[in-house]
Ligand binder design. Structure first.
Ligand SMILES: [Zn+2]
Length: 166
């Protein structure tokens, strides 16, 4: 037989690496992770079943055109599963935005270091986009930012005056 034993951990790791979160908030901007198609060994459903594997890959596109691993039990494509989950999350988010925002905020808070590094990397790799985003943000929030600037200036002037009086 031409196919070699599939390490079950390996395709799973590959999958989660591409499916984990393809939209990562990096500070103020978002970047999409590229879709990495499965490039592991070809294992037919029968071969996988015979060796007790839970997933197989026969290199054939699903109805939606994914060339991805499939579950032995249902022949369902993992790419479809991923899309369905995403669509489902989208509906959940619109139905209960407050709840989603809370979850998101908590996740962001516990991954702050990771997000900061990602944001820094993204800005370093996309200086033009970062600049454009910054300009856009400023244009859209000009009044607010100017007010904040004035407030800061005012607060510091007070503090400095107080300092010099002492
Ligand atoms: Zn599919």
């Amino acid at each position: 037989m031409s196919f070699h034993a599939v390490n079950m951990n390996e395709p799973a790791a590959r999958w989660s690496a591409s499916a984990g979160s393809d939209q990562i908030a990096i500070g103020v901007a978002k970047v999409a992770k590229p879709y990495i198609p499965y490039d592991g060994p070809v294992v037919t459903r029968d071969e996988a079943r015979a060796t007790g594997l839970k997933r197989y890959f026969d290199n054939s596109p699903c109805a939606r055109g994914h060339v991805a691993e499939r579950y032995v039990a249902t022949a369902a494509c993992l790419g479809c599963g991923r899309e369905n989950a995403r669509a489902c999350n989208k509906i959940r988010k619109t139905k209960n935005p407050e709840r989603w925002a809370t979850i998101r905020k908590a996740w962001d808070a516990s991954n702050r270091d990771k997000l900061n590094v990602q944001a820094r990397d993204w800005r370093a790799n996309n200086p033009e986009k970062a600049k454009a985003y910054c300009a856009k943000y400023y244009a859209e929030n000009r009044a607010q930012l100017q007010a904040a600037g004035r407030a800061y200036h005012h607060a510091n002037r007070e503090w400095q005056n107080k300092k010099s009086r002492e």
